[in-house]
Design a protein around this ligand. Structure first.
Ligand code: FSO
Ligand code: SF4
Length: 553
C-alpha cells in the first residue's frame, strides 16, 4: 500500500516514508487521505481567493481551512473516519465558494477545471481509491519548485495550527487567514517562476511572526503573562489527569471542571508551560508536570495510571498491548481510531470533560518517576522585567553569549547532541529555549549566572515569538543596527511543520546563520538548500565540539 511523505524530520532514510507505515506510525491509508484533503483544500482555497477578489469573505471557510490543515500535521490525527468526513466537507465548501465567486463575476483560469477542483466523492470507497491515487508527492514542474512548495505548505500547516489555538480563544488575523489560503491556491499555479515561489516562502515568514504574535496576545490576554515558576515534577496521592499538546483553552476548561472533584491535573510535554501562567496557578489541584517530551509517552503513560488528554500533537500510536489505551482521549484537531474524542464546543459553550474526570476517579494515583522542580516562565514580559539584570550581565561579561536552542525534541538517538551541547556550553553562556526541545537539557544542573538561570524557557514552540521579541529588545538596548550583531547564536532542533513556520519567521526577522538539526529537511532540494545557505547562512549541525568552536569564535 504505497504512500510518500517527507514532511517531518523523521522521514525514512532522510528522503521520505514510503509505507506501508510512516516512521511516525501513520499508515498509508490515513496519510493518503490527509494528502487528498490537502489537494482539495488547495482547490477550496483557489475559489476562496477568487471570491475574496470580489469582496466575499466566508468566516466558516477561513476557520475550516485552519482546522483541516492542522489535522494533517505530523502526529496529530490518525483517525481515518475523521479525515473522510473532513474530505466531504472540503468538497462541499469548495462548491460553495466556487458558486459564490462565479455569481460575483469572478473569472476562473484553467486551474478551475483541474482534477481536485471538479472531483466529487461517490461514497467512502471512491474517497479511498482517490486517496491512493494521490500519494502525497507535491506536484510541481521541477524539483526546486516542489521543494519551495513543500516549504510554503508546511509553513502554512504550522501557521494554521497556531491560528487554530488563537481562534479557540476568540482571536484571528485576516492576513494570516488569507496567507494560508494564498499558499494553498498558488500550489496549483505552474506559471509562478522560481523567484516568485521563493518570494512566497519568505513572505509566509512574515505571517509566521504575525500568527505567533496573535497567539501570544490571545494566551497572555486570557491567562496573564508567564512568570518565573518552579514547576513540581513529582506526584501527589490523588488520581490524576495528564494533559498534553498546546491548547490552553482546553487546559482552562479541564482545570475548571476538575476543581473540587478530588482529581489532580498534571501537564505532559508541550503543556508544561501552562504551569507558568498566573490564571492556572490559582488551582490547587494543578500539581505540576509529569514526565518529559512527547516521544517518551509510551512508558510515561503506563506509569501515570490515569487518563490522558491530547489537545494536539504529538501523539504516538500505542503498542497493541499498551495498558493505557483505554485511558486516552483526544480533542480538537487530534485524533486516533480507538481513542475517545471530546466533542468541539458548541455555540460558545465549553467542552465536556466529565467522561475523563469520571474515569480518573476510578484510577490509581500516578507512580512517581522523578522528584524536584523545573524552572521556567521566561517569556518576553518576564525577561523585560529582569532586563536591567540581563543587560548588566552582558555588559560586565558575566554572560558571554546566548544560545537559542528552541524547537522540538524527537526519538532519534542523534538528538543526544543537544544534551551534550548544553552540557559542554561554557558556564558564562545562557540557553534561550521554547518548544519540546527543552527536555534534552531542562533537568540538567546547569546553574545560574548571578541569579539568572542558564536555561531560560519561554514556553511552547509558538513562544519562540518571545525569543524573537527579546532579541529585538536587546538590539534596541545595545543600539545595534542588525539583530545579527547581538551575542546570540541559533542552534535549533526541528521535528514537524510548526517548526517550519518558526524557522520562516526567524528568517523573515533577518536572523542569519541558524544551525538546524539533527538533520536538514528531506524536502529541501539541493538548489533550495543552496539558496538558504547563501542567503541566510543556514547550516546543518556537525559534531558538538566542532559546533562549539564555530559558535564561540
Ligand atoms: Fe513538540 Fe510535537 Fe511544539 Fe511540535 S510536541 S514537536 S513543533 O508538535 O509543536 O514542540
Ligand atoms: Fe514519515 Fe514524518 Fe510523514 Fe510520518 S510525518 S509519514 S514520519 S515523513
Amino acid at each position: 500500500m504505497s504512500m510518500f511523505c517527507y514532511q517531518c524530520q523523521e522521514a525514512a532514510k532522510g528522503t521520505g516514508c514510503t509505507g506501508p507505515k510512516g516512521v511516525c506510525g501513520i499508515d498509508s491509508e490515513v496519510i493518503n487521505l490527509q494528502d487528498l484533503n490537502v489537494s482539495l483544500l488547495k482547490a477550496l482555497s483557489y475559489f476562496t481567493v477568487k471570491a475574496r477578489e470580489k469582496g466575499i469573505e466566508d468566516p466558516e471557510v477561513n476557520h475550516f481551512v485552519h482546522y483541516a490543515l492542522f489535522t494533517t500535521i505530523t502526529n496529530a490525527n490518525f483517525d481515518r473516519n475523521r479525515i473522510i468526513e473532513q474530505i466531504k466537507r472540503t468538497v462541499e465548501l469548495r462548491e460553495r465558494m466556487k458558486a459564490a465567486a462565479r455569481d460575483a463575476g469572478a473569472g476562473f483560469c484553467a486551474i478551475a477545471e483541474s482534477d481536485y477542483c471538479v472531483w466529487f466523492p461517490e461514497g467512502n470507497e471512491s474517497i479511498l481509491s482517490k486517496a491512493f491515487a494521490t500519494e502525497g508527492r507535491i506536484d510541481a514542474p521541477d524539483d526546486n519548485i516542489r521543494s519551495l512548495r513543500a516549504l510554503a505548505l508546511y509553513g502554512a500547516k504550522g501557521m494554521a495550527a497556531y491560528a487554530e489555538h488563537a481562534l479557540n480563544l476568540g482571536y484571528e488575523d485576516a492576513g494570516v487567514n488569507h496567507q494560508v489560503q494564498k499558499v494553498l491556491a498558488l500550489m496549483l499555479d505552474d506559471s509562478l517562476s522560481l523567484q516568485e515561489n521563493i518570494d512566497l516562502v519568505l513572505e509566509t515568514g512574515k505571517y509566521g511572526v504575525d500568527v505567533m504574535a496573535l497567539l501570544d496576545k490571545a494566551n497572555t490576554t486570557a491567562y496573564g503573562n508567564p512568570e518565573i515558576t518552579r514547576v513540581n515534577i513529582g506526584v501527589r496521592s490523588n488520581p490524576g489527569i495528564l494533559i498534553s499538546g498546546h491548547d490552553l483553552k482546553d487546559m482552562e476548561e479541564l482545570l475548571k471542571q476538575t476543581e473540587g472533584t478530588g482529581v489532580d491535573v498534571y501537564t505532559h510535554s508541550e503543556m508544561l508551560p501552562a504551569n507558568y501562567y498566573p490564571a492556572f496557578k490559582k488551582y490547587s489541584h494543578f500539581v505540576g508536570n509529569y514526565g518529559s517530551a512527547w516521544w517518551k509517552q509510551k512508558e510515561e503513560f503506563e506509569s501515570f495510571n490515569g487518563p490522558i488528554l491530547f489537545t494536539t500533537n504529538c501523539l504516538v500510536p500505542p503498542a497493541a498491548d499498551a495498558g493505557y489505551k483505554d485511558r486516552v482521549y483526544t480533542s480538537g484537531a487530534s485524533g486516533f481510531s480507538g481513542f475517545r474524542h471530546i466533542a468541539d464546543r458548541v455555540n460558545g459553550g465549553s467542552k465536556d470533560f466529565s467522561a475523563i474526570i469520571e474515569q480518573a476517579k476510578t484510577c490509581k494515583p500516578p507512580v512517581e518517576i522523578e522528584k524536584g522542580e523545573i524552572v521556567g516562565g521566561f517569556a518576553h514580559a518576564q525577561v523585560f522585567a529582569l532586563a536591567d539584570k540581563v543587560v548588566d550581565a552582558v555588559k560586565s561579561g558575566a554572560i558571554r553569549k546566548f544560545f537559542v536552542m528552541a524547537g522540538c525534541d524527537g526519538r532519534m538517538k542523534d538528538r543526544n547532541y543537544y544534551t551534550e551541547f548544553a552540557e559542554k556550553l561554557p558556564a558564562d553562556t545562557v540557553i534561550l529555549t521554547a518548544g519540546c526541545a527543552k527536555y534534552r537539557y531542562n533537568k540538567l544542573p546547569l546553574g545560574d549566572i548571578g541569579g539568572i538561570p542558564r536555561v531560560l524557557d519561554a514556553g511552547q514552540c509558538n513562544d519562540s515569538y518571545s525569543l524573537a521579541v527579546i532579541a529585538m529588545k536587546l538590539k534596541e538596548v545595545f543600539k545595534l543596527n542588525d539583530i545579527n550583531e547581538l551575542p546570540i547564536a541559533y542552534n535549533i532542533a526541528w521535528y514537524e511543520q510548526k517548526a517550519v513556520i518558526v524557522l520562516l519567521a526567524l528568517l523573515y526577522l533577518g536572523v542569519k546563520n541558524i544551525h538546524l538539526g539533527p538533520t536538514l529537511p528531506a524536502f529541501l532540494s539541493p538548489g533550495v538548500a543552496d539558496v538558504l545557505v547563501k542567503t541566510f547562512g543556514i547550516a546543518p549541525i556537525g559534531s558538538v565540539d566542532e559546533d562549539l568552536k564555530i559558535f564561540l569564535n
